[in-house]
Unconditional design. Sequence first.
Length: 147
Amino acid sequence: MLEKTDTKQGARFRMGQSGNPSGRPRGARNKATLAVEALLDGEAEALTRKAIERALEGDTTALRLCLDRLLPPRKDRLVSFAMPLIENADGAARLMAAILAAVAAGELTPTEASEIARLVEVFAKTLELSEFEARLVALEQAEEKTR
């Protein structure tokens, strides 16, 4: 029986199956990127100097390019605030209260607080699973003793 093939590709590949099941090798570079790198090889210093000169002359696009390279936008920052220890659900509730207080005091941004709250949520779920497992083991051991 013949397998159905994609009409755009003809009979070369089976539908839903890649011609390269392993995928692109790690570190493989795009051909266009390699071509541009070959063209710019040895010219990077001269081009950088020209961009700096144009930025100093007042070219705002060149200035933005230079500043973006010197000081890229910050993705994250270290967050430092008084964080209570979490050992149970009560500790998680105290930590959430501390996070809200830090936002109110301007120590944390709402986005930072949201990210920390997600970590607290994951930790609280982990505690819940751990406590559930401990109770289940205790019940199973008690049941074995009664047999």
